[in-house]
Design a protein around this ligand. Sequence first.
Ligand SMILES: Cc1cc2nc3c(=O)[nH]c(=O)nc-3n(C[C@H](O)[C@H](O)[C@H](O)COP(=O)(O)OP(=O)(O)OC[C@H]3O[C@@H](n4cnc5c(N)ncnc54)[C@H](O)[C@@H]3O)c2cc1C
Ligand SMILES: *[C@@H]1O[C@H](CO)[C@@H](O)[C@H](O)[C@H]1NC(C)=O
Ligand SMILES: *[C@@H]1O[C@H](CO)[C@@H](O)[C@H](O)[C@H]1NC(C)=O
Ligand SMILES: *[C@@H]1O[C@H](CO)[C@@H](O)[C@H](O)[C@H]1NC(C)=O
Ligand SMILES: *[C@@H]1O[C@H](CO)[C@@H](O)[C@H](O)[C@H]1NC(C)=O
Ligand SMILES: *[C@@H]1O[C@H](CO)[C@@H](O)[C@H](O)[C@H]1NC(C)=O
Length: 632
Amino acid sequence: MIPTIFAAGLTISLAYALPHAAVKRQVSELRSSYDFIIAGGGTSGLTVADRLTEAFPDKTVLVIEYGKVEYAPGMFDPPTAEWGGAGPRAGSFIFSSLPNPEVKNKTAFVLAGQAVGGSSCINGMFFDRGSRHDHDAWAKVASLDPDTGAVRWDWDGVFPYYKKSTKFTDPTPGVVTKYGYTWDRSAYGGTTPIYSSFPPFQWGDFHVAREAWKDMGIRVVDDCAGGDKDGICWVPTSQHPVTAMRSHSGLGHYADVESARPNYDLLVQHQVTRVVYTDGISSGPPLVEARSLIDDSMLNVTAKAEVVISAGALHTPTILQRSGIGPASFLKTADIPVVLDLPGVGSNFQDHSGPRMSWNYSRPGNFSNTPSDMLDPAYAAKAVADFNMVPALGPYTLAMGNTAIYVSLPNMTADYMAIIDKMRTMAADDSAGTYLPADSDPTLIAGYKRQLSVLADFLSNPQAPSLEVPFATGTGFVNINLHPLSRGTVRINPSNHLAQPILDYRTGSNPIDFDVYLAHLRYLRRTFTTPTMQKYGAAEVAPGASIQSDAALLEYTKETMGFSYMHPCCTAAMMPKHLGGVTGPDLKVHGAPGLRVVDISVLPFLTSSHTSSVAYAVGEKAADIIIEGWRE
Ligand SMILES: Cc1cc2nc3c(=O)[nH]c(=O)nc-3n(C[C@H](O)[C@H](O)[C@H](O)COP(=O)(O)OP(=O)(O)OC[C@H]3O[C@@H](n4cnc5c(N)ncnc54)[C@H](O)[C@@H]3O)c2cc1C
Ligand SMILES: *[C@@H]1O[C@H](CO)[C@@H](O)[C@H](O)[C@H]1NC(C)=O
Ligand SMILES: *[C@@H]1O[C@H](CO)[C@@H](O)[C@H](O)[C@H]1NC(C)=O
Ligand SMILES: *[C@@H]1O[C@H](CO)[C@@H](O)[C@H](O)[C@H]1NC(C)=O
Ligand SMILES: *[C@@H]1O[C@H](CO)[C@@H](O)[C@H](O)[C@H]1NC(C)=O
Ligand SMILES: *[C@@H]1O[C@H](CO)[C@@H](O)[C@H](O)[C@H]1NC(C)=O
């Protein structure tokens, strides 16, 4: 293969250092070829780039990123963001999903990061981790031989990478006393500048839900980052412990990298269009083709060692599909020559989902510090001034809050076995396939049955969370179904391959999910009758006292369903090929030499957590796998 760049009308916009950059790594032009090319400079992609350039000073790495290097304003980013809103949208891909027929034809509003740092630049900074049981279940579908395989994705195989991926800082004693934060140092230990910390602020009513949940008998867990995650948790925030500024991979794994890295190149504002096996699929690594978003010119770059796709769950499948790697039937519809029939690409699409609840108080607690105080100009101005102090203080340090419950199905309902039995039946008979998209390949159906069986074991475990409810302030809850069984698709637009993909969520397409949403609602509404809530005269507003029957609750659930919590995943799942998987435990794409996927797409199913910590841990573990492979 000729290691050359072919560039038509070459306008290469190379990344300039971020404001906080400690290292100069500007390059005047791209090299003729690279050892490693990473498609997508997001949460996982930059983690890999950082580790590879560190481990191999003599090997070169090119990251090709769609977005700009400038900081993308994210959710809760102080103090310019709209208060409580998602902030400006520069630096985001913005999607509206297809209408979802099972939930009143509603569409999901979905964002994904489009910047150096990816979604870690714009997310809610809620920095919890998967539970031990999530990873043990993942390992059971990732490979048929999870215990003896060289690469293990069970808890023991992933926990060291969760630890390595962040630098945790203890909160100050004053803050600990004030809010009662607890944590377990042994769950942390990393030194990389992806910060995890507890904010020095809480709203005046922060304790209400926590106390009410204790009244319900939910146990308090000292730290939920160590694998044990059923109960009431304090959740760290991905922000700097002193400045409270967002910590993201564009800083921690690029701009703030400490040592000089002349081998680390970053090309921004380029869309990786596809990878090309110029001498046939057996001849990897493939060539990487990219398009300039500035002048539309095309560019080919060759990798000597490997190509890693890290474009996130909504875009990784688009690169593969444009490359002719995907479900053959769909590729034909889109008029793309089939290079490799891999039905799992863009299938198995999942996100967290769930209905809302709200209440009111007849005897409110006269709480000082509530979000409505921000309407007072003096309070709001002080909030900005406090944030700019060193160390930062006040409301802007809190982001979306940092407490939540995680509760298992057996702890919520005595009838949980009815749900589990339905899952086991579906996993065993031939009905499972009828809940997948109509054109699903038999391997996908086989893999789905395997997932249902493993998830049935998982959901019957009293320590394995099914429901998450975060709380920071106010009179509303979201009931997050952590393990939905419905599966959607992410596919390129057949008539415009380079446009944004089409998201078909299919939320509720597996009817068992509705049994779970109802169990969650029935359980959580007990919160309002607890002594703590009754002290303030709490009354359920929604669903409301009149909504009691299954039929009424089902209708309510469909009406209020939120079906993206911005955790899209699983569209290039780590499962065997005959079970509809896309990658192996080594993250190599089945049947495509020199090509790996490393991002949140490789999860077989969602973890009991928000997903940024998982994207970092996947990046860290993948980097070790790749480094080990090339050391030999
Ligand atoms: C609004 C929002 C709020 C969230 N809140 C939280 C939260 O509070 N806590 C939490 O833990 N998680 C949260 N998440 C989820 C979490 O941030 C993501 O799951 C995680 O960051 C995904 O990492 P990734 O590496 O898979 O993808 P990303 O970090 O999204 O990286 C993908 C990168 O690839 C680039 N790209 C895409 N297509 C191409 C292409 N064709 N060529 C080149 N580059 C390309 C993108 O621009 C992006 O930079 C949130 C996400 C969003 C969007
Ligand atoms: C990139 O490579 C592909 C496959 O060989 C080729 O079709 C395309 O023309 C090349 N593009 C450029 C800009 O050289
Ligand atoms: C959803 O849209 C489809 C197609 O337009 C229509 O047939 C169906 O009746 C709609 N369902 C609801 C609940 O509105
Ligand atoms: C759930 O039930 C199990 C078994 O009774 C118990 O050990 C666990 O503490 C309970 N979890 C919560 C969150 O209450
Ligand atoms: C609280 O909501 C209930 C149910 O909607 C309503 O009947 C009641 O009047 C409300 N109470 C207050 C204090 O607003
Ligand atoms: C809140 O303040 C009002 C007026 O000062 C008082 O009447 C009420 O009892 C207080 N409520 C509580 C729960 O303390």
